[in-house]
Design a binder for this molecule. Structure first.
Ligand code: SF4
Length: 459
C-alpha cells in the first residue's frame, strides 16, 4: 500500500529547516508521496526510520542496470500501466537470437541496421546467445557475439553516438554458464537460465559475477515462487522471462506480471520482463514484426527476434520511439538542412517547422516528387506551422537568422519556398534575406508534388 504524505510527516522533526530544498516538512512529504522526491533528501530522519521508509517508498518496479560502460542499459523502473497516465521510462530493447549454427549470418545482418530517426540512434541493442546442448559450440558462439558488441561511433547521433550492445547468455547448464560468464563477465551480460530446479546455483553464479539473472519457469505460479525464493536468498537483480509455451500464454504472463507489480503493488513481480518472440513466432517473420509491436506496447523490457534487418527495424523502432516519449513534450526534428533526391547546393530550398510529424509529412512529399530539394528546418519550438507562427516561434526573423547562420554553402540557389499557411511572412523575409527569391508554397504538404514538378517545368 502506497504511503501518504502524512505517513512520512510523522517521521520528520517538523522543524522546517529547508535542508531538503522545500519550504516546509509537509511540502517535502507531499512531494515524496507523489514520487517527486526521494525520502533520503531529508538529512534529519533517523537512520532506522529512513531504512523502513525507503523500502516502503521505493517504486513498485525495480530499475535494473545490465551491461557495462557504454553498453550499460537501464531496464524497468516503470510507474504506470498506460503511457497516457504519465510516461514510460526505460524503452524496450530489441535483440537477436544467435546460436552455434547461425551466429555469423544473423550477426552480420543485424549489424547492418544502424540509422538515425529524430536524433535517436536505432540499432540492434541486444545479442542473445542460446545454448543448444554443445558446450564448446556455445562458447564459440559467445565469443563471436562478444566480438559483435562494439558499435562504430556515430558523431551525428545526439544520443548514443558511442554505443555498445548488451549480451544475454541463455543457458540452463551450470558448467556452460560458468565458462561463458568467465569469458564475458567484463561486459556484464544477463545470465538467463534460472528456473524452479536450478535457481540456487544460477543465483549464486549471477551474484558472484555481479550480473543480472534471468528467471523463467513452467508457468506463472512457479515463476512467482521461484522469484520469491531467489529474493529470500538475497538476490534482487533479476529479469523475468515470460516463457515461450504459446503466444497467448506469453502475452497473458507479460500483462499479469506488470499489473501485479504496478496495480497490486506486488514487488515479487516488480522486475523487467524478457520476451523471446523468435521462439514464439515459429519462424514466421511477418508474425515476428507483429509480435514485436505487441510486446513493445505490452510490456517487454527486452524483445528478442530471430533476425534483424531494416524491414523489421523500421516499424518497431518507430513505434518504440513514439511510445517512449513524454506525451507532454512534442517530438522535434533537429534543425538543419536536409537534402532529398540527391539535392546539392544548387537545388531549390523549402522550409517548414521542426515538429516531427510535420517534418516527416513534408519530407515524404518531397521524396515522392523526385525533384532534388533542400528542406531547411529552423527552431520553431516543436510546434506545427500555424501554432508556431501564432506563438511567435516561426517568424521571418527566426527563419532568416537560421539561413544566414547555418545554410551558407549548403544553399547556393537562393530560392526559398514558404509553407502556404504563413504566406504572410513573404514580405518580411524578402527584406530580411536580400537577394533571395521567396515563393509561397501550397497550404498542405500533399500539394508539394505538383508544386515542385510545375516549378521544375517552368524553370
Ligand atoms: S530537511 Fe527534513 S526537517 Fe528539514 S524541512 Fe526538509 S523535511 Fe523538514
Amino acid at each position: 500500500m502506497a504511503l501518504k504524505g502524512l505517513d512520512y510527516f510523522k517521521f520528520t522533526p517538523k522543524n522546517n529547516c529547508k535542508a531538503c530544498g522545500k519550504p516546509t516538512c509537509m511540502a517535502f512529504c507531499m512531494d515524496v508521496a507523489a514520487g517527486k522526491l526521494s525520502i533520503d533528501k531529508c538529512p534529519n530522519i533517523k537512520p532506522e526510520d529512513l531504512a523502513k521508509l525507503s523500502e516502503a517508498s521505493a517504486p513498485p518496479m525495480k530499475t535494473i542496470k545490465a551491461g557495462a560502460g557504454i553498453g550499460e542499459y537501464t531496464l524497468g523502473g516503470e510507474t504506470v500501466l498506460y503511457r497516457h497516465e504519465k510516461t514510460y521510462v526505460s524503452k524496450t530493447l530489441y535483440g537477436v537470437n544467435v546460436n552455434a549454427d547461425n551466429a555469423e549470418a544473423v550477426l552480420a545482418e543485424a549489424k547492418e541496421v544502424d540509422y538515425l530517426r529524430i536524433g535517436e540512434r536505432m540499432y540492434t541493442e541486444v545479442i542473445n546467445v542460446e545454448f543448444t546442448g554443445d558446450k564448446a559450440a556455445f562458447l564459440n558462439a559467445v565469443k563471436k557475439a562478444k566480438d559483435a558488441l562494439a558499435m562504430p561511433e556515430n558523431p551525428d547521433a545526439k544520443s548514443g553516438s558511442k554505443a555498445a550492445r548488451l549480451l544475454i547468455l541463455s543457458v540452463s547448464d551450470v558448467a556452460a554458464a560458468t565458462e561463458a560468464l568467465n569469458l564475458t563477465k567484463d561486459v556484464k551480460p544477463i545470465l538467463n537460465g534460472a528456473n524452479e530446479s536450478n535457481f540456487a546455483d544460477f543465483s549464486k553464479l549471477a551474484k558472484d559475477a555481479g550480473v543480472v539473472l534471468g528467471v523463467g519457469a513452467k508457468d506463472l505460479d512457479a515463476l512467482y515462487d521461484t522469484v520469491a525464493k531467489i529474493e529470500a536468498a538475497g538476490n534482487k537483480n533479476l529479469i523475468l522471462d515470460v516463457g515461450t509455451v504459446s503466444i497467448k500464454d506469453a502475452f497473458a504472463n507479460a500483462v499479469q506480471i506488470r499489473r501485479a507489480a504496478l496495480k497490486d503493488q506486488d514487488r515479487t513481480f516488480g522486475y523487467p520482463s524478457l520476451i523471446n518472440i523468435g521462439k514464439l513466432s515459429g519462424g514466421n517473420h511477418e508474425c515476428e514484426v507483429a509480435l514485436a509491436s505487441l510486446f513493445t506496447v505490452k510490456y517487454g523490457s527486452i524483445v528478442l527476434l530471430s533476425r534483424m534487418n531494416y524491414a523489421i527495424a523500421n516499424p518497431i523502432f518507430g513505434l518504440r520511439q513514439n511510445l517512449y516519449t513524454d506525451p507532454q513534450k512534442p517530438m522535434r526534428q533537429e534543425p538543419g538542412v536536409y537534402p532529398f533526391n540527391n539535392a546539392n547546393a544548387d537545388a531549390i530550398n523549402l522550409t517548414t517547422v521542426d515538429f516531427a510529424l510535420t517534418y516527416f509529412i513534408v519530407a515524404g512529399e518531397i521524396e515522392r516528387s523526385g525533384i532534388p530539394a533542400n528542406l531547411i528546418i529552423s527552431d520553431a519550438g516543436g510546434y506545427s506551422v500555424l501554432t508556431a507562427w501564432a506563438a511567435g516561434k516561426l517568424t521571418a526573423g527566426s527563419v532568416a537568422k537560421y539561413i544566414k547562420e547555418h545554410c551558407g554553402d549548403k544553399c547556393k540557389n537562393q530560392v526559398l519556398v514558404l509553407p502556404g499557411k504563413v504566406a504572410v511572412l513573404k514580405g518580411e523575409l524578402e527584406e530580411a534575406l536580400p537577394g533571395w527569391k521567396i515563393i509561397v508554397g501550397p497550404n498542405e504538404a500533399v500539394g508539394l508534388v505538383k508544386f515542385l514538378k510545375d516549378f521544375k517545368s517552368a524553370a
